[in-house]
Design a binder for this molecule. Structure first.
Ligand code: GDP
Length: 443
């Protein structure tokens, strides 16, 4: 699957072999390869442009991960962008609050719609859902027979009313029948045409009005490339759909449909058909699909692990620093002086998570506060600065600091309490809950 796309992308990574870092200059050629590979896979041009831009922006901005080579890093960036392009998360089928859930299937002739009806029923049946099929393709008598045969094959009842009844009427009767039989999911097949025409759209609108379906899924053939994405857009504008089912992904489709549908139409691919057998239908997983396209599962998991380890190391480093610094009054003073040098508290406050916008009045207050703290810390003995516990335990020491700095005893107590609170907060911030509890001031 997508062999040509995979090898086209491969030449992009190969151009980076031997490089030390990703730069604006050395990604030019690989980006050209990526662009070419996507266009050859029949991805629509605007999608290719946006994709290439997003990958280049990230490639030059990305930090070096220890042990990961630039070509591996680019693989990961392309992978993540491919996942995003295909909608990110898997898009699950939605079920009605009050059964039966109605799934209306639409699509042009030959795309695999009738097959999908039976495959979908079989897939849902395996999940414990009681299903029923409704044969609404009245223009192709063989379609009704085909659905009955497939229904029997997967053990799901098929409602038919021949070819003389209007599709909207069949849909209505089928739904009533399903309600009587306590069916969970009704899957309605509709007529396809060789190409979009007004009669087809009008008929679909009629059927949709009668059924009020939870899902309206357009079945498209992966072999038609970006044309599939255009069809999804048209059907969505004309009748309003909830998603697409992409068939024949097992054939030699180039990937354009899988990559373009979501981006072009805004509608997700919910399921994919990967063969003619009844069990060849599965949810569309953007990350698995991206993995298959790149064919580099080992590189991807390696880069992910390296990223993970680096994150962990950074966190541990920071944690050690905070834990070993113990954060005494000297640190406190150093910080307040650094703040004073900066001339404004605003930047510092802005850096604290959870503190968004600060008003000028708040900044002035904070600056006044810093000065007051400074005057109290300056009159402490070196020992008191290093061991804030001394002040916490001794009212006599606090009284002396108050007198020497011209502040009240209460203000000194507040400063001491604030330091311990800060220690606790820092530890909590690192997710270290043990220790660092705030001592109560003794009188
Ligand atoms: P409809 O006209 O849209 O109802 O199309 P059909 O359901 O009759 O399918 C047309 C042909 O495509 C049949 O020969 C199916 O076996 C085949 N087909 C359907 N889905 C798939 C698929 O996922 N993979 C492959 N290889 N063939 C498929």
């Amino acid at each position: 699957m997508f062999g040509q796309l995979t090898s086209g992308l491969e030449s992009a990574w190969n151009k980076l072999k031997g490089e030390e870092v990703l730069t604006k200059e050395n990604i030019v050629e690989p980006m050209r390869d990526i662009r070419r590979a996507l266009l050859e896979a029949d991805v629509s041009l605007p999608v290719v442009r946006r994709f290439v831009q997003a990958v280049s922006d990230q490639a030059v901005g990305v930090g070096l991960i220890r042990g990961v080579k630039p070509d591996q890093q680019l693989v990961k960036i392309v992978h993540d962008e491919l996942v995003k392009l295909m909608g990110g998360e898997v898009s699950e089928l939605v079920y009605a609050k009050n059964p039966p859930t109605v799934i209306l299937l639409a699509g042009l002739q030959g795309v695999g719609k009738t097959t999908v009806c039976a495959k979908l029923a079989s897939y849902l049946k395996k999940q414990g859902k009681k299903c029923m099929l409704v044969a609404g393709d009245v223009y192709r008598p063989a379609a009704i027979d085909q659905l009955e045969i497939l229904g029997k094959q997967v053990g799901v009842p098929v409602y038919t009313a021949g070819t003389d009844v209007k599709p909207s009427q069949i849909a209505k009767q089928g739904l009533e029948e399903a309600k009587k039989k306590n069916i969970d999911v009704v899957i309605v097949d509709t007529a396809g045409r060789l190409q979009i025409d007004k009669a087809m759209m009008d008929e679909l609108k009629d059927v949709k009005r009668v059924l009020n379906p939870t899902e309206v899924l357009l079945v498209v053939d992966a072999m038609t490339g970006q044309e599939a994405a255009a069809l999804v857009t048209t059907f969505n504008v004309e009748i309003g759909i909830t998603g697409a089912i992409l068939t024949k992904l097992d054939g030699d489709s180039r990937g354009g449909a899988a990559l373009s549908v979501k981006e072009v139409s805004g509608k997700p691919i919910k399921l994919v058909g990967r063969g003619e057998r009844m069990e060849d239908l599965e949810p569309f997983y953007p990350d698995r699909m991206a993995g298959r396209i790149l064919g580099m599962g080992d590189v991807l998991s390696f880069v992910e692990k390296a990223q993970e380890i680096m994150k962990q190391e950074d966190a541990e480093d920071l944690q050690k620093k905070i834990m070993s610094a113990k954060f005494d009054f000297n640190d406190f003073l150093k910080q307040t002086r650094a703040v004073a040098r900066m001339g404004s508290m605003s930047r510092v406050i802005g850096m604290i998570p959870g503190m968004g916008k600060v008003t000028p009045a708040q900044i002035r207050d904070a600056e006044k506060n810093v000065k007051m703290m400074e005057s109290m810390i300056e009159v402490m003995t070196p020992e008191e600065r290093e061991k804030p516990e001394l002040l916490a335990e001794s009212p006599v020491r606090r009284k002396r600091v108050a007198q020497d700095s011209g502040k009240s005893e209460q203000q000194v107590s507040q400063l001491v309490a604030q330091l311990f609170q800060m220690r606790v907060r820092m530890k909590n911030l690192m997710g270290v809950m043990e220790g660092g509890s705030m001592p109560t001031l003794s009188n």
